[in-house]
Design a binder for this molecule. Structure first.
Ligand code: SF4
Ligand code: SF4
Length: 442
């Protein structure tokens, strides 16, 4: 038995706290337990004492102490999740066209819509896989997907029919700018089994309207806010994504307070902070406004604290992920309106990066690229192998590691590298207020 290498021990208001990144376990410990966790020898002495048997069990349960090779364990869980073939994940962009002209947009606003052949090929693809899977998960994406509601309706109906007749679970979500999501459309999407929605708002009205105007230059803020209010009742959850860079970083609390006053920070509707990143050559000119990893980490802590003081909880508990986005999973594909298939959302519409086309026999056209994505494993990188944050990060965004940086770079690392303790303290503070305490290991 040895102390886990993913333990983080720190003090908070005279308590000694321990967090384990492998299990996500969080506890209060006594000084003698802290000492026991400092070396294998100390641990052995501690667990050999009869009176410590109960604590020993708790420590083992929380993976604060382990009797196995932790890297092998991570590799095992990672590969089990990645190569499980029970699900098929499709991200579908019915069009690359968009009614917005956002400053930082990486997508190519092409007025291409999906034709009959592509739609039929997608349905055929699902049919070919239906006997092998237990669930089908569809994300509607774009461009702005609601510019082609007809395709969403047609394909959703086919998917639902196929899943029902084969006893397969069906889940669906949509990423939309929210401008066309009025109550009537929201109700239609609900009837098409779309349960979760992601909408971006980039600041208070003035800032948002500058950053996310319609193509005719008019603002979109008020319509989106009204739409979210009207759509809330139709979905299980609406995430409000707030994209941050140097040009709006000072306005985020103002926006959060506004959302709170409008009733958009509770129940099934919650905001979250994200950072603008350079995804493709199309938007390289916005790089100057991007915030680097260290400043992002500090920024997050400050905003989380300020928001908390305003009664808005945007604290995210650091949960081990073990898994990654669909880009590195063999059974997950992004499909553009012309049928081109990609692995990553950020590539959609850039034909040169496609792995194939859903039409005919072209699915494996760029098999080498498909393999490159699917053989990604953070344990291939010595930086990640030796990193205490590995279970929380799993090597970060594979697109950055594989193609942008060609290896691990600090900028692609998790923000927890710089703010884990502070985040946990904030989490605890919020929980204590609600009468919750981490399990005391004593
Ligand atoms: S990407 Fe960075 S933070 Fe993430 S596991 Fe690798 S070295 Fe650690
Ligand atoms: S590879 Fe990176 S950018 Fe692409 S879907 Fe995954 S996390 Fe997102």
């Amino acid at each position: 038995m040895k102390p886990s290498k993913y333990n983080f021990i720190f003090e908070y208001e005279k308590n000694i706290l321990i967090y384990n990144a492998l299990s996500g376990g969080f506890a209060i410990i006594e000084p003698e337990v802290k000492k026991a966790l400092s070396s294998e020898k100390d641990l052995e002495e501690f667990i050999n004492k009869e009176k410590n048997k109960k604590i020993y069990k708790e420590l083992k349960k929380g993976k604060f102490i382990v009797d196995f090779d932790e890297l092998k364990y991570i590799n095992f869980i990672y590969n089990s999740l990645k190569f499980e073939k029970k699900g098929l994940g499709l991200t579908i962009a019915p069009t690359m066209n968009c009614n917005f002209a956002c400053e930082y947009c990486y997508e190519l606003r092409k007025k291409v819509f999906m034709d009959k052949e592509v739609k039929n090929s997608i349905v055929d693809f699902v049919k070919q896989n239906i006997n092998e899977i237990n669930y089908l998960s569809v994300s509607w994406y774009g461009g702005e997907p609601l510019l082609d509601l007809k395709t969403i309706k047609e394909l959703s109906k086919e998917f639902i029919k196929l899943c029902q007749s084969n006893n397969i679970k069906y889940t669906a979500s949509i990423v939309t700018n929210g401008y066309l999501l009025n109550s009537k459309v929201a109700k239609e999407l609900k009837n098409l089994e779309i349960k979760t929605v992601q909408i971006t708002i980039d600041g208070p009205k003035k800032i948002h309207d500058k950053r996310r105007p319609l193509i005719n230059g008019k603002g979109s803020f008020e319509t989106i806010i009204n739409n979210i209010k009207g759509a809330k009742e139709y979905f299980e959850h609406i995430s409000i994504r707030i994209n941050i860079d140097k040009t709006n970083e000072g306005k985020i609390i103002e926006l959060l307070k506004y959302l709170k006053n409008e009733g958009l920070t509770e129940e099934n509707c919650s905001p979250y902070l994200a950072f603008v990143d350079v995804s493709t050559e199309v938007c390289r000119d916005i790089e100057i406004n991007c915030i680097d990893i260290k400043n992002r980490s500090e920024y997050m802590i400050e905003r989380v604290k300020e928001a908390y003081e305003e009664g808005i909880n945007i604290i995210k508990y650091p949960t081990p992920m073990y898994s990654q986005c669909g880009a590195v999973k063999p059974n997950s594909f992004v499909i553009d309106p012309e049928g081109y298939m990609y692995k990553c959302w950020h590539e959609v519409g850039i034909k040169a990066l496609a792995i194939g086309n859903i039409k005919g026999n072209e699915k494996n056209k760029n098999f080498d690229r498909y393999l490159k994505w699917n053989t990604f494993n953070p344990l291939n990188y010595k930086e990640c192998k030796n990193c205490k944050f590995l279970p929380l990060c799993m090597g970060g965004c594979p697109d950055k590691t594989l193609f942008k940086y060609n290896g691990i770079q600090e900028e692609g690392c998790t923000m927890y590298k710089y703010n884990l303790e502070e985040m946990l303290k904030m989490h605890l503070k919020a929980k204590l207020k609600k009468g919750f305490l981490p399990i005391p290991v004593k």
